[in-house]
Design a protein around this ligand. Structure first.
Ligand code: 3H9
Length: 689
């Protein structure tokens, strides 16, 4: 047949094998021979049933995302599924690995689906700013019911084979030789005979939908969509599947897909999909990775405990080190509490909890780190303290062990230089809570060995993190840009804005929360301590801290909080303080519009990103986007700050930065040469070191 699609005959059952590494995406060169093979088999009397399987590590993981935005080449997936539905003999999709997006839609065109016990099935298109465009929104509800389908399609989260069986999505789950069992299953179905109803005739599940309950569920999901179009389109399409005739619902799904795929949000989310994978690729692909079997964590505070959990969740044995028994027990108590919450919530089984807790070993003796292959220091953010820790570590760690610091700001070169083995030292900057947040900034110090870097990047993906390699500078990529984003905050308040207005401009933009809400959540004392250490001041924020207003944890910060609530309430005392400070400095307050709020916060964010690129602290503009989308809540529908700069118009950004620079003289507004170049060429290419 072709390299991508082959057909074998097993005892009168045709086995169609899709072979398109790495993930069997439905590229044009698969669709064409697949359509031809199915058309031939439909009329082939020697085949009494058809099984569709995939070679390699997974069933079809979806449409080929690289083809989006290009002219569509026929046959489309929809045509293949439509063809499948005209076949009168049993058709069976045999699923291993993942059946995702177009892959699951292909399977939905079959009469039956059987799955390997370890398989996962889902429609993750929403994560690419899309909805399933191959009939998934219309066919899935017919198998699993509208409520379940809506949940799966709007979340994009795949379900296990077991859950799929319980929901009616798959007909059988097999252990062992999937193809042999699928062939037997198909043969038996053929032997049974009788008519096989295609999905378009299976209306029972949708007919029983409680439409009012469905609409309530959809409204709740829409509330959480935060400006993203795709989740709303997904809900609309599933509703169509219930309320419209089959073909009309399919046509409506198609129209929604065509609109989304051409839109900026999907472009942005597809950019992030590839950017994340690109960021994980680091130079020195060919270097041999070091073996990491046991991980040591120094410091069992919130950060150290979270990092330890991240590794235990990934199946790694962890040695947790503290200065004393009491601190160690406190650390373990926190870890146990976190796991108990997960069990209570139903996101972790009791068995998995036991298993993970069994991976921990506690110690107060550095000598116990001698068998660790990677040790991560997560102690107090102070250079002198870190150097003492690395000195002790250097004395006990085995040769070749990777020694990492979780510092958020400090100079990793200086830390590395305090050891006898700087080639083994790097930064692993986790984000809090470290067991939840996906981003990991891997800090490459001057003398970090390429194999140490490559090992950690690969390891990061194994524990479900999104790694980005960054260079050494104060705050690395994320926190350095965060400082630039917040540099105008106090000025904006003094000149006339309120914390609520600034935060609203941010949430309207699509951020989960604004900078003042975020400050209250993180604790205002952290920034205060940092400022004091660096001899800096912030007139309003410092005064709040002097008043003991540290944010949510003290019930007061930029906002007030009712006891036990996280809902920010505007506080007249804070507004009075701002007015008083403005008067003290002789600043006349005025109305500040949302546009200005964005210009003075997000344009400097982009500008600092350009400088970071220029200095080679980040290697690619898209790495910066990955940092901001995964670590700081930059709206994914805008693709990260550097992608958004293109959407917003770099020339406009430069022009407005110049304006603010002229007016204030402040350096954060001085357009970076790299940004000017981007404005001229439309490309960030040629950046970095
Ligand atoms: C869709 O189906 C739309 C339809 O409803 C309608 C159509 C009309 N296309 O992630 P990995 C590449 S939308 C092209 O590192 P893993 C990926 O870039 C699609 N390329 O592996 C990488 O390339 P490289 C719905 C793809 O084992 C390589 O494969 N489906 C695609 O960690 C390995 O990927 C999805 O959204 C693709 N669809 O994870 C699923 N998928 O090596 C998207 C992957 O050059 N895919 N690549 O960097 C995934 O979630 C993961 O790749 C998967 C494997 C879980 C499958």
């Amino acid at each position: 047949m072709s390299n991508s699609v082959n057909v074998a005959n097993e005892n009168g059952v045709a086995v169609v094998i899709i072979d398109n590494p790495p993930v069997n995406a439905l590229s044009f060169h698969v669709r064409e021979p697949l359509h031809a093979a199915l058309a031939a088999l439909r009329d082939d009397a020697t085949a009494r049933a058809i099984v569709i399987v995939c070679a390699g590590r997974t069933f079809v993981a979806g449409a080929d995302i690289t083809e989006f935005g290009k002219p569509v080449q026929q046959p489309e997936l929809r045509a293949i599924v439509a063809l499948l539905e005209t076949i009168a003999k049993p058709t069976v999709a045999a699923i291993h690995g993942t059946a995702l997006g177009g892959g699951l839609e292909l399977a939905l065109g079959c009469h039956f689906r059987v799955a390997d016990a370890g398989a996962k099935l889902g429609l993750p298109e929403v994560k690419l700013g899309l909805l399933p465009g191959g009939g998934g929104t219309v066919r899935l509800p017919r198998l699993v019911g509208a409520a379940k389908a809506l949940g799966m399609i709007v979340s994009g989260t795949p379900i296990s084979a077991g859950e799929a069986k319980a929901a009616g999505l798959v007909d059988a789950v097999f252990d062992g030789d999937l193809i042999a069992q699928a062939v037997r299953f198909a043969g038996e179905a053929a032997a049974k005979g009788g008519s096989l109803a295609p999905m378009r005739e299976r209306n029972d599940r949708v007919a029983e939908t409680d439409l009012a309950a469905f609409d309530r569920q959809a409204a709740e999901l829409a509330r959480k969509a935060r400006g993203l179009e795709a989740p709303l389109a997904c809900a609309e399409a599933v509703r169509n599947a219930i309320t419209l005739p089959f073909d009309e619902a399919l046509a409506a799904e198609r129209a929604l897909f065509v609109k989304l795929v051409a839109g900026d949000q999907s472009r942005a989310q597809r950019h992030l999909f590839f950017a994340e994978r690109e960021a994980a690729k680091i130079q020195g692909k060919d270097v041999t990775r070091r073996k990491i079997a046991r991980v040591g964590i120094i410091g069992a505070g919130t950060m150290g405990g979270g990092i330890a959990m991240a590794f235990a969740n990934g199946g790694f044995p962890v040695t947790l080190l503290e200065t004393g028994e009491e601190a160690l027990q406190r650390g373990f108590a926190l870890i146990e509490k976190n796991y108990a919450v997960s069990v209570g919530r139903g996101s972790l089984t009791e068995e998995a909890r036991q298993q993970r807790l069994g991976l921990f070993k506690g110690s107060t003796d550095y000598a116990d780190l001698a068998d660790c292959d990677l040790v991560i220091e997560a102690v107090f953010e102070d250079m002198a303290v870190k150097k003492v820790v690395f000195g002790k570590l250097d004395a006990v760690a085995r040769p070749g062990a990777i020694l990492a610091t979780n510092t958020s700001y400090l100079d990793v070169d200086e830390i590395a230089a305090s050891t006898s083995r700087p080639q083994d030292v790097l930064g692993m900057h986790f984000f809090s809570p470290a067991n939840v947040m996906k981003l990991l900034e891997i800090v490459r110090a001057d003398r970090t060995a390429p194999d140490a870097l490559a090992t950690v990047a690969e390891l990061a993906r194994r524990i479900g993190k999104v790694p980005v390699v960054v260079g050494v500078c104060h705050g690395f990529v994320g926190n350095r840009m965060l400082s630039a984003r917040g540099a105008e905050n106090e000025f904006l308040l003094l000149e006339g804005a309120t914390p609520g207005q600034v935060d609203k401009a941010f949430t309207d933009f699509g951020w989960p929360m604004g900078p003042f809400q975020m400050g209250d959540l993180a604790g205002l004392d952290i920034g205060w301590r940092n400022r004091k250490a660096r001899g800096l001041t912030a007139v309003v924020a410092d005064t709040l801290c002097e008043q003991g207003r540290f944010g949510q944890k003290t019930g007061q910060g930029w906002y007030r909080y009712e006891s036990g609530s996280r809902e920010p309430i505007a506080d007249p005392d804070v507004e009075a303080l701002i007015r008083a400070k403005a008067a003290e400095f002789g600043i006349a307050r005025r109305e500040i519009g949302a546009d200005e709020l964005i210009e003075r916060t997000l344009y400097p964010l982009v500008n600092e990103g350009a400088r970071i690129l220029e200095e080679g602290i980040a290697v690619r503009a898209s790495d910066i986007d990955v940092v901001w989308a995964n670590g700081y809540g930059f709206p994914i529908g805008k693709g990260g700050p550097m992608f958004w700069a293109g959407l917003e118009g770099a020339a406009k950004i430069v022009e407005r930065l110049e304006h603010w620079h002229r007016l204030t003289g402040r350096v954060i507004f001085e357009p970076a040469p790299m940004l000017r170049r981007f404005a001229e060429t439309g490309s960030w290419e040629g950046a970095g070191g």
